[in-house]
Structure formats: C-alpha cells, structure tokens
Design a protein around this ligand. Structure first.
Ligand SMILES: [Zn+2]
Length: 254
C-alpha cells in the first residue's frame, strides 16, 4: 500500500515540473513547448539528468551546472506540493471521479497561485481551460450535480464582485482585483455551492489575519495589496480535505 503512495508522489512531482514550466512561461507569453528547458541566465539547455524533480535541485544545490546562477526554490516547492496533492487526493477519495475532478482544480490552483504571487495577475487562458475541463468532466462523469456546480460558480463570482465593490467604498482602495473574481468562478464550479461559500469564508479569515499580522509586525502600509489567490487556494484545499464535516457541523446549529 505504501508503494502506491510513493509512485503517486513521484508522478505528482513529475507533473509539478511541467507546472513549473507553465508558471515560468505563461505570464511571460513564451511558448510552453519550445524551446526545451534551459537556464534563464546562461541559456544552456538543461540535460534530462539535471531535470529530475526535487532530486536535481538537491544535487546541484540550487544552482545552474554551467553558470552557478541560483535556481528558484519555487521549482522543488511546486514539485513537492503537486506530489503531496496527488497523495492526498488518493488517500481521501481513492480511484474515483472525485479524485480526478479535484486533482484538476488543485493543479490549476498551484499554477495560478505561483503566478499571482510573482506577477499579481492570473492569465485568462488558465481560467478558461480550467472551466472547460471542469464542465467536460461534470458532463461525462458527474462528480457533482451540475446545478450545484453552476450555483457555486454564480455565488462565488457574486461574493467576490460584491466584496470588490464594497471593499473599494469601505477602504477607498482596491481590495480584490478582477483576477480574484475570475478565480472564484473557477473554484465555484469545482466546489459547488456550500463548498465555495466555505472556501471563501476560510480565505477571508486567513487573508484578514495575515493582513493584520503584516501591518503589526512589519508596519506594512495598508495600501500594500496581498495576492489573494493563495488564500482562496488554501480555503479550497481545506474544503476538499474536510469540507463536508465542517458544513454538517455548521448546519447542525441551524
Ligand atoms: Zn546557467
């Protein structure tokens, strides 16, 4: 049994190294097929033995073999996270349509989060293809009721749109961007109505706590904007891992 988790982690790490290519190239408008992986500093091609997920980073001690240029720690981090995501989904859902369905969402979230952190934008192509994958899977395998998915999408977009307008009036500044509304649409489709509300609720609490913490600790000015995608991604993961028990517990009070 442990072997299947090891294989899944390796498969996830390999998928993660492709996600790294997307994270680097999509926001720079570079082709995702050509040229093959190369060092962005000295442009020497990266040989396959230097391109093994996680392992190569450790062996090369985070530096390019040719020019000693530092390789971003994001590369092994994305590979580890994707590996863990694969393991978690199998542990939670086994070989079910839910595992594939949520797997696609998590893969998209990883790419979107790391692009949002670095570039403060979310490429439309990711939202559009993510929605297309979700709708296709909903129609073919029905991992969730399509009406529930549609409601999640609408309510997710609605909450974010309301908050972006309300936040601007309240704080006299941009709290959420258009990218955040688009991301809530994507998350809403995959999580359905109750899951979306829970994920957004968790994300708002986390973003609020981190925002206040940064103001207190670093004296960060209130006009410094946090990228919101990481918080919604954490909310979505928490919902996938333990959403139904939390929702049932909450509904028990009503
Ligand atoms: Zn180099």
């Amino acid at each position: 049994m442990i072997m299947i988790y090891v294989i899944l982690f390796i498969a996830g790490a390999i998928a993660g190294s492709f996600l790294n290519v997307l994270i680097y190239r999509l926001p720079r408008n570079l082709s995702i097929i050509r040229p093959p992986s190369h060092c962005p500093h000295c442009t020497n091609p990266i040989r396959f033995y230097d391109n093994l997920p996680i392992i190569s980073y450790v062996i090369l001690r985070g530096k390019c073999r040719h020019c000693d240029h530092k390789i971003s720690g994001r590369y092994p981090l994305v590979e580890i996270l994707t590996g863990l995501a694969f393991v978690m989904l199998f542990y939670k859902f086994g070989w079910t349509t839910s595992a594939y369905f949520y797997g696609i969402l998590l893969v998209y979230l990883i790419v979107i989060v790391f692009i949002d952190i670095e570039f403060h934008k979310i490429p439309n192509i990711l939202i559009l293809t993510g929605l297309l994958c979700g709708v296709t899977l909903l129609l073919i395998t029905t991992p969730r009721n399509p009406i529930d998915a549609g409601l999640g999408l609408l309510v997710g977009a609605g909450i974010m749109f309301f908050w972006s307008v309300f936040g601007r009036l309240l704080f006299k500044k941009e709290c959420l961007g258009g990218g955040d509304v688009k991301l809530a649409i994507l998350v809403g489709l995959y999580l359905g109505l109750s899951g979306t509300i829970l994920a957004i609720f968790i994300s708002f609490i986390l973003a609020g706590l981190v925002g206040i913490g940064l103001v207190l600790i670093k004296g960060l000015k209130m006009d410094g904007r946090l990228p919101y995608a990481p918080f919604l991604a954490i909310g979505a993961i928490a919902t996938i891992v333990s959403g139904q028990p939390i929702i049932n517990w909450y509904l028990g009070f009503l």
